[in-house]
Ligand binder design. Structure first.
Ligand code: CAO
Length: 409
């Protein structure tokens, strides 16, 4: 079966997480993604290694289905080879520190001149302005995009989320921009510049918190568990703060992830009050409506917890879902990696790596009926030098050997 992005060539100058997460999706959608690495390789190949001298899981889990070439972009020969690669590519993606590609000598003007159809995507920490030249990592973006100030409990410090919204969240935004540019190129024949800032992507994901910031002008946020409000949206623990109240309640046997997140929609109250052994609360005017419950959500979830603590989270999941009540057990990483339904959905997949053997990774969450994804191993450093440089770019074998000798590839 064909793939959605078959025939699309991506020159992938990404490293660490944000950029690689984007180009991995493009590879899964069928693009030929050629990762161009310095001779020392993407720094994550060597970071957080679990097995000596073998590419780390950090690298292998973000670079599946790609090819790898090495190229010294600071040598004149390297710049010439890169020029030839750009001419053959549809998309260039990078997430170096600000200005790095310009410093290599490849400005947008120059790149456009080399290949007017080129889509050139960059991920940076920030947009234009006072922070343009600042580097950024995941939690920097969470800090400056609204996530940390709104995550955690009222009486604790700002908290970083486990979800990598600054890196992989930005990567997904970059994919959307690249695909839109590809569609527009189909109409205009022209490529374009795609830029995504990590701060902007996190802010986009924190949109509802800016909704609440503006609602504060009209009084306290009744859906929040907080009792006092200043001029800013507070950290609200596990409350969604949205239209339907929710909280994580404890289950048996009381371990760190023995919790279930329960949402009480209006029709859920009758079955919940029956399940927790308080059927009289169904029609009690003090409890019967969402408005009546709003000033005692903490008490409501306490009552639910007094019931849920008697069952394990899977049992609670089944009991609540029998009444169509939205809920979710808190799943640990250990539970996730062996979850049969995630395995069946190709979301937990095992891949064979030439040096580390089998490793487990997270599959592609975007499912296309006409473009199935088969997750394949990440490449070894420079594994595809010969394929790309000799067979595809036409560099003569003795020149190829020479370029290797002088440290260009
Ligand atoms: N050949 C020769 N040199 C190369 C090369 C190649 N193939 N590929 C990269 N380089 C060089 C670059 O030219 C650059 O050198 P100069 O600074 O001399 O111009 C250098 O390697 C890369 O610089 P960097 O700033 O990207 O790397 P860093 O480790 O200092 O910073 C990071 C890392 C992530 C902070 C920075 O890249 C960044 O801010 N990126 C944008 C935001 C981002 O994506 N962050 C997500 C990181 S994931 O948590």
């Amino acid at each position: 079966m064909s793939k959605a992005l078959e025939g699309v060539r991506v020159l992938d100058m990404t490293h660490v997480q944000s950029g690689p997460s984007a180009t991995q999706i493009l590879a899964w959608l069928g693009a030929d993604v050629v990762k161009v690495e310095a001779l020392t390789g993407d720094i994550t190949r060597k970071q957080l290694r679990d097995i000596p001298d073998v590419d780390s899981l950090y690298f292998t889990m973000l670079n599946c289905n790609k090819r790898s070439v090495t190229l010294n972009m600071k040598s004149p020969e390297g710049k010439q080879i890169f020029t030839d690669l750009v001419r053959q590519s549809d998309i260039l993606v990078e997430n170096f520190g600000p200005g790095a590609v310009d410093r290599m000598g490849f400005t947008w003007d120059l790149l456009q001149g080399l290949n007017p159809g080129l889509i050139y995507a960059s991920i940076k920490g920030f947009g234009e302005g006072p922070y343009t030249h600042y580097k950024a990592y995941e939690v920097v973006a969470q800090a400056m995009g609204g996530s940390m100030s709104t995550t955690g409990f009222e009486d604790g410090p700002p908290v970083a989320t486990g979800a990598q919204i600054g890196d992989s969240g930005t990567g997904i935004h970059a994919v959307a921009g690249i695909l839109a540019a590809l569609v527009q190129r189909g109409q205009t024949g022209r490529g374009q510049r795609v830029t995504v800032a990590m701060q902007h992507a996190v802010l986009n994901l924190c949109r509802v918190k800016l909704r609440d910031q503006q609602r504060l002008a009209h009084g306290p946020l009744a859906e929040y568990p907080n009792k006092e409000f200043t001029g800013e949206v507070p950290r609200s623990g596990n409350a969604s703060g949205g239209g339907q109240p929710g909280w994580a309640v404890k289950c048996k046997p009381g371990g760190p992830n023995d919790y279930i997140y329960v949402i009480v929609q209006p029709p859920g109250w009758a079955p919940i009050s029956a399940l927790i052994g308080r059927p009289e609360l169904t029609d009690d005017p003090e409890w019967a409506t969402p408005e009546a419950r709003l000033n005692k959500l903490d008490k409501m979830f306490q009552l639910i917890e007094e019931w849920s603590i008697n069952y394990d989270k899977w049992d609670v999941l089944a009991q609540l879902n029998a009444h169509n009540i939205p809920c979710g057990p808190i799943l640990s990483t250990e539970e996730l990696i062996s979850d049969a339904s995630l395995v069946d959905n190709n979301m937990i997949v095992t891949v064979d790596h030439p040096e580390r053997g089998a490793f487990t990774t997270v599959g592609c969450p975007i499912k296309l009926s006409d473009s199935p994804v088969a997750v394949e191993t990440s490449p070894l450093l420079g594994q595809h030098n010969e394929d790309v440089y000799v067979r595809e770019l036409g560099i003569a074998p003795d020149r190829f050997a020479e370029l290797q000798k002088i440290g260009v590839i």
